[in-house]
Design a protein around this ligand. Structure first.
Ligand code: IMP
Length: 192
């Protein structure tokens, strides 16, 4: 079976290509020649991941999946959530996003936060959803150089290092995204 991963992020595609079972041929958006942007105007991670998967499914008629991730901070009513990448506006800049988050969170004692990933998978006419969550807390100073996005200010529960201080391999074994991906892989192995 051929399966499209509806993302332009080459690292994400590579990560999954190495994990996916042999009878599934994973194709990226560039493999199928799609260069456009899909407008993510949903109100939740679930809606946005489904919008992306449905768009590609309807345009190309091929089975596909898409992911969407957000950082949900308890004291900020789960913000930035779906706005995580563009929290401080355009052009997208992780440092500015972090600065804005720390400013908005200053004064709150509760620094609990979680990363949440939702994957929407469409096979034939069936829609499946997989969620991955990692709980942790936000720290007030930036620590570490690895990773991306909010990694330098997020410490996962049970650790005393930020995501940006963990190696990519360590992060990938516990991350929200890997939890969701593993759930989808197990589902595919059982059913396809
Ligand atoms: P996306 O849906 O994977 O593109 O993620 C949306 C935004 O959430 C990214 O632009 C980052 O700001 C943030 N984000 C997602 N995953 C991570 C992560 O693993 N570490 C830090 N930030 C992340």
């Amino acid at each position: 079976m051929e399966l499209i991963f509806a993302t332009h992020n080459k690292n994400k595609v590579l990560e999954i290509k190495n994990l996916i079972q042999k009878n599934i041929k994973l194709l990226s958006l560039s493999d199928i020649g799609f260069k456009g942007e899909i407008i993510e105007d949903g109100k939740s991670l679930d809606q946005n991941s489904l919008i992306k998967a449905k768009y590609i499914k309807s345009k190309y008629g091929m089975n596909c999946f898409a992911d969407d991730t957000g950082l949900e901070v308890h004291s900020l009513n789960k913000k930035p959530g779906i706005y995580s990448s563009r929290y401080a506006g355009y052009p997208i800049n992780s440092n500015n996003n972090i600065k804005k988050l720390l400013k908005n969170l200053s004064g709150f004692n509760n620094k609990n936060a979680r990363f949440r990933t939702v994957i929407s998978l469409i096979i034939n006419e069936n829609i499946y959803s997989f969620e991955g969550i990692i709980n942790g807390k936000i720290i007030e100073e930036i620590k570490g150089n690895n990773g991306f996005g909010y990694d330098p200010i997020f410490i996962p529960n049970g650790y005393n290092k930020t995501f940006a201080e963990l190696s990519l391999k360590e992060k990938n074994t516990i991350s929200h995204r890997s939890i969701a991906i593993n759930k989808m892989m197990n589902f595919l192995k059982k059913n396809y």
